[in-house]
Design a protein around this ligand. Sequence first.
Ligand code: UDP
Ligand code: MG
Length: 330
Amino acid sequence: MMDKQLGSSADDIYLSIIIPVYNEQASITECSRRLTDTIQNIGVQYELIFVDDGSQDRSLSILTELQKQDDHVKVVSFARNHGHQLAVTAGLDYASGDAIVIIDADLQDPPELIPAMLDKYREGYDVVYGKRISREGDSAFKKATAWGFYRLLNKLTSCYIPPDTGDFRLVSRKAADAVRGMREHNRFLRGIFAWIGFRQTAVEFERDKRFAGETKYPLGKMLKLAGDGVFSFSLKPLGWIALSGVGAAAAGIVWLLGLLILALAGRAGGDFGFLLSLVCAIFIECTGWILAALGVVGMYVGRIYQEVQGRPLYLVASSSGFDSGAYKKS
Ligand code: UDP
Ligand code: MG
């Protein structure tokens, strides 16, 4: 009964779909077609917001063409490549929907899952994230690192970041506005969405292969995202450094005392001096460890520096399609 009531008012829902695009010329048309088919079947009002993240291929011209043919299509084009997380952020800034879906352009996230997500939204959930039960298209390396990363991350953070989820999700206006209020530069959106709380649930799906082309997330970008996940959501690495420093110093002192006792007992041998300097070098100086620890501190300091600079998160070179719709940017 309750569901029915909510369901009937759901016809008023205005749905925004955010699709970040970086060199996806071979996928865009099919992506737009499958999204359009799915959403028109549901029968809600909608907009498709493609955020072109500084593509160097024909993505932008294909999007511009699509936009001319279809009023539902809106295009935001970045002045350069800012990265997936910022492309999604821009999408959230431009979206005017009551509910907002974030979905990749390469069709690894099936648009056909959106009706199930919308059902959960109608039940009252603010964040409905897609949970991958299989990852057909991903390499063994990617699967293994993702598995380890999420488990490590949840040991480190105080808010629960659901494992095996990406950015594919439907969020309510309330959740989107909460996330829009968080303007940190090094963004790990799935962590930010976990941080805001509200009512959250999952819908499961099998992650397909890429429709076309290669991943736009090479190892470097993946490591950067993993770093943002850890350093934006946990101060524990700093605590570990402090603890390990105390531990190393304590071990050094114990070793030194042992050597001194041996020396006093006249049993230190000729290489006493050598051992002494070794102890100092390994446990007290320990250059490699110090540099590594400094590096971890640097991760936090660098992020503070970027926040203090206060640069905009992204720069938009052009946008189209927003004048006709209900677009409002606050
Ligand atoms: N993407 C982006 N900017 C980037 C890298 C990727 O907007 O710098 C987009 C990309 O076009 C795709 C989504 O982000 O729509 C996810 O990227 P990809 O499929 O390459 O990542 P993977 O699925 O391999 O992790
Ligand atoms: Mg992909």
